[in-house]
Design a protein around this ligand. Structure first.
Ligand SMILES: [Zn+2]
Length: 379
C-alpha cells in the first residue's frame, strides 16, 4: 500500500525507507558532487567527487537514522512500543504506538533527538581534530558536522510537530495540565514557523536561489500541514478514547455462512442489506469477512458454484477487536487495516460489526458536546 522498503530490524523495530528517499538521496549526492566537493577540493576528478558525494549523502542518512533511533529507544524505555522507523524525503519519523502519557516522558522522548544530532556533530568534529585525516575525509567530516548541527538546531525550533515543539508542548502541558490547549499553542507555533519558511523561501527564490528557496517552501508547507494534522489527531483521539467499541458497533451483525454461494450472497445479502461487507460465520465460529469488491475476482458464470469461503478474507488480528476496546484503538485499526471493517469478538464469538461509518456517527453525535476534559489526570 505504502511505498516503503524494510531494510532491517533493530530491537524488533522495522527500519524502513520510503520511495521518496531514493530521489532525495540522489538529489543530495548530486548537489554535493557538483557543488560542495568541487568547491572544497578543486584539484580532484569528477569521479572522486561522486564517490565522496555518495558516501557523504549516505552518512547524512545514517545520522538522520541515529537521530530517529534515539527517539525510539527512549520511547521504549518508557514502555511506549515503536511501530517503525521510516526515512523519507523530509528526514525521518519514528512511529510510536501511542503518545507519551506524561509531560516528562514527552520531554525526554523529544529532546533526545536534537541532542543526539548535536552529539554526532561533536564526535565527528573531535575525531577530525584528533585524527587530522586527508583532505577528502576532512571535507566529508566537515559536511557531516554542518548537517548534524543544522538538523539538531532545526528540530529544536519550538513548533509542533518538530522536536522543539514537543518540548514546548510538554512544558505548557506541565504548566497548565491541559494537553489540548498545549497542543493547540504548540501547533500554532509550528504553523507560524512553516509560514516563515515559506516567506523566506519565496524571498530566496526571488533573489536567485531558486532551488534553495523552493526547498524552504516545500518544508514550510509540509510543516504547516503536519501541525494542523497533529492537532486534529489529538482532538479526534480525545473524542474517541473514552468510548468503547460496544458503544458504536452494529449488533447483532448480519452474517453469512461460508457455504453460501456467491450468487446467493449477492441476491440475499448485498442487495437486501445496504452494506458493502459481511462477517462470515460458521456455526457460531467467525471465519472471515467478505467484501463487495471481492466479487470481481469470480467470473459471473461461476457465482452459482463458488462458495463464500473461497472469496472471504480470513480473520486476522488486524480485522478483529474486543467490545471493551476503546473506539480510538478501533479507529486506528480501521484506518490501517485496508478494509475499514472490524469483526467484534468476545470469547471467540461474533458479537458485533464495526465500520469507519459507525465511528464517524459517534463523532457526529459527540461533536459539540464537550468530551471528558482531563487527559492530564495521568500527569
Ligand atoms: Zn527528532
Amino acid at each position: 500500500m505504502t511505498a516503503t522498503l524494510t531494510l532491517f530490524r533493530i530491537r524488533g523495530i522495522p527500519v524502513q525507507v520510503h520511495a521518496s528517499w531514493l530521489a532525495i538521496y540522489g538529489l543530495i549526492a548530486w548537489s554535493l558532487a557538483v557543488g560542495y566537493f568541487p568547491q572544497v577540493l578543486p584539484d580532484v576528478s569528477a569521479w572522486a567527487h561522486w564517490t565522496n558525494a555518495l558516501l557523504a549523502a549516505l552518512l547524512l542518512f545514517v545520522s538522520v537514522f541515529v537521530h530517529e533511533l534515539s527517539h525510539a529507544l527512549v520511547a521504549l524505555r518508557y514502555g511506549i512500543p515503536v511501530r517503525s522507523i521510516t526515512l523519507h524525503v523530509f528526514g525521518g519519523v519514528s512511529q510510536l504506538e501511542r503518545e507519551p502519557e506524561r509531560p516528562g516522558e514527552e520531554l525526554m522522548v523529544a529532546i533526545v533527538g536534537p541532542l543526539t544530532s548535536l552529539a554526532i556533530a561533536g564526535v565527528v568534529l573531535l575525531t577530525a581534530t584528533v585524527l587530522d585525516p586527508g583532505p577528502a575525509a576532512a571535507a566529508t567530516m566537515q559536511y557531516l558536522v554542518l548537517v548534524n548541527v543544522v538538523v539538531g538546531l532545526f528540530n529544536l525550533v519550538p513548533g509542533f510537530p518538530l522536536d522543539g515543539g514537543r518540548v514546548l508542548r510538554a512544558a505548557l502541558w506541565k504548566a497548565k495540565g491541559d494537553l489540548r490547549w498545549a497542543t493547540q499553542v504548540a501547533s500554532s507555533a509550528g504553523a507560524a514557523f512553516g509560514l516563515l519558511l515559506i516567506v523566506l523561501g519565496v524571498w530566496r527564490g526571488l533573489t536567485g536561489q531558486f532551488l534553495g528557496g523552493l526547498w524552504f517552501v516545500v518544508i514550510g508547507l509540509f510543516l504547516r500541514q503536519a501541525a494542523a494534522a497533529s492537532y486534529q489527531h489529538l482532538v479526534l483521539r480525545r473524542s474517541l478514547a473514552p468510548r468503547t467499541v460496544a458503544d458504536a458497533m452494529t449488533s447483532p451483525a448480519v452474517h453469512v455462512s461460508p457455504e453460501v454461494s456467491v450468487d446467493a450472497l449477492v441476491e440475499d445479502f448485498f442487495w437486501r442489506h445496504h452494506v458493502t461487507s459481511f462477517p462470515v460465520v460458521d456455526g457460531g465460529r467467525p471465519l472471515g469477512l467478505v467484501r463487495v469488491h471481492d466479487l470481481q475476482r469470480v467470473p459471473r458464470e461461476r457465482w452459482t458454484v463458488t462458495p463464500v469461503r473461497e472469496l472471504m478474507l480470513p480473520l486476522s488480528a488486524a480485522l478483529t477487536i474486543a467490545p471493551g476496546a476503546s473506539l480510538w484503538e478501533a479507529f486506528e485499526k480501521l484506518s490501517s487495516n485496508g478494509v475499514g471493517r472490524l469483526a467484534v469478538l468476545d470469547d471467540g464469538q461474533l458479537v458485533g460489526y464495526l465500520s469507519i461509518k459507525d465511528v464517524m456517527h459517534v463523532l457526529t453525535l459527540t461533536t459539540g458536546a464537550p468530551g471528558p476534559q482531563s487527559v492530564s489526570r495521568a500527569a
